[in-house]
Design a protein around this ligand. Structure first.
Ligand SMILES: Nc1nc2c(ncn2[C@@H]2O[C@H](COP(=O)(O)OP(=O)(O)OP(=O)(O)O)[C@@H](O)[C@H]2O)c(=O)[nH]1
Ligand SMILES: [Mg+2]
Length: 351
């Protein structure tokens, strides 16, 4: 059995890579399983895998490290229920210290498994953090981002298709300087060749036992997590051409987030269980949906931004009011959870 752990900041492209890899491996006749993870409970990523009939489990209400036994039970369920040969486990984007709290326990308690750890990083965020100008995220959030890279054996720099060859060259030099001891892949996860390169690299990687546990200050780590606010909201948009109303609402939420100056980790939407729309920074173009005639749309929102739960709850309500007052749509808010991640308390921590 192979267990491929993916870590990396919010919105860095973990789910996308797993999704693309799952399709390639299933086509090649392999049995795969996916475990997603989040601090919340009503989740876009899991919904997406379920919708596509990809064997998928989730660890909810906290990171893998604080719920190690749930992770392990889900591995077992994928082995027994789906005979999974390859399992991808995506940790929540605000989590780090995976080597000490997840990888080493897996090596100890599942000695037959090949375990790998890839840390994903959006090339544009790397540009901001390693180069100039500096990112607006609070230092404690950037601490998590940097720790995720520091502990990885394999760094996957994603979204290289979104920058120029010249900018990529500059970032490669900076990364070589800082992380020269690691395997670094530069990836466009939508390009099958690029993705296959990652799959071949993790398939051959046998250095897990050599990875070192981080030296990490849990107070700073916890402070970084607490600077981020989480909001999970399921809702319904009703009216003629409800998808048009959904598009207006999604873009209104995004614009209001930017206008308030809340740094976006990941603002993601799942429309009727099947179409995902993501915003991963404050400088993105508006979303455009394929407007098919529908009178009602179910929308799931997972918002992870630098703000407070109260502020983003208020923002969602204001965005709904704006859309209802400007257009002829009715917005109904269903399940909602708004919170800040708590202090990380791993089940195991192995040095
Ligand atoms: N152009 C481009 N877009 C990408 C690439 N990888 C991911 N994306 C986009 O980045 C956004 C976020 O991707 P996800 O895969 O959801 O990121 P994630 O790391 O799983 O996010 P969280 O689970 O919230 O931490 C989506 O809009 C993806 O389509 C890539 O290599 N190139
Ligand atoms: Mg994800």
């Amino acid at each position: 059995m192979k267990i491929h752990l993916l870590s990396g900041f919010l919105g860095s492209g973990k789910t996308t890579a797993i999704h693309q890899a799952a399709q390639l491996l299933i086509q090649a006749g392999q049995k795969i399983g996916v475990i997603t993870n989040d601090q919340g409970m009503i989740l876009v990523d899991h919904g997406l895998f379920i919708n596509q009939n990809i064997p998928s489990k989730q660890v909810i209400n906290g990171c893998f490290c604080c719920n190690y036994h749930d992770l392990d039970n889900n591995i077992q369920a994928l082995l027994e229920g789906h005979q999974a040969e390859v399992i991808f486990a995506e940790s929540v984007g605000s989590c780090t210290d995976i080597v000490a709290t997840v990888l080493k326990p897996l090596l100890q308690y599942r000695p037959d498994a090949q375990v790998t750890l890839s840390s994903f990083a959006d090339v544009r965020l790397l540009q901001l953090i390693l180069g100039e100008p500096a990112s607006n995220f609070d230092e404690s959030i950037l601490y998590i981002f940097k720790k995720q890279l520091e502990e990885a054996g394999i760094i996957v720099v994603t979204k290289i298709d979104l920058i120029t060859a010249e900018a990529l060259h500059e970032i490669q030099e900076l990364i070589q300087e800082k992380y020269g001891d690691k395997i670094v892949l530069y990836q466009n996860s939508f390009d099958p060749e690029s993705l296959k390169n990652w799959l071949e690299t993790i398939d051959a990687d046998s250095r897990a036992a050599k990875l070192k546990s981080l030296e990490i200050d849990y107070d700073t780590y916890a402070q970084g997590e607490a600077k981020l606010a989480w909001l999970d909201q399921s809702m319904e948009v009703a009216g003629e051409n409800a998808l048009q109303g959904t598009e207006y609402l999604i873009n209104e939420i995004y614009h209001k987030t930017v206008a308030q100056g809340y740094n976006i980790g990941h603002l993601k939407f799942l429309i009727d269980g099947e179409t995902k729309v993501s915003f991963t920074n404050n400088f993105q173009a508006e979303a455009q949906l394929n407007i098919l005639p529908k009178s009602s749309v179910h929308l799931l929102l997972n918002m992870r931004v630098e703000s407070t739960p109260e502020e983003i709850q208020h923002l969602i309500r204001e965005a709904c009011k704006t859309i209802e007052s400007q257009y002829d749509y009715k917005l109904m808010l269903h399940q909602e959870a708004a919170f800040q991640p708590g202090y990380p308390k791993p089940v195991f921590r192995m040095s």
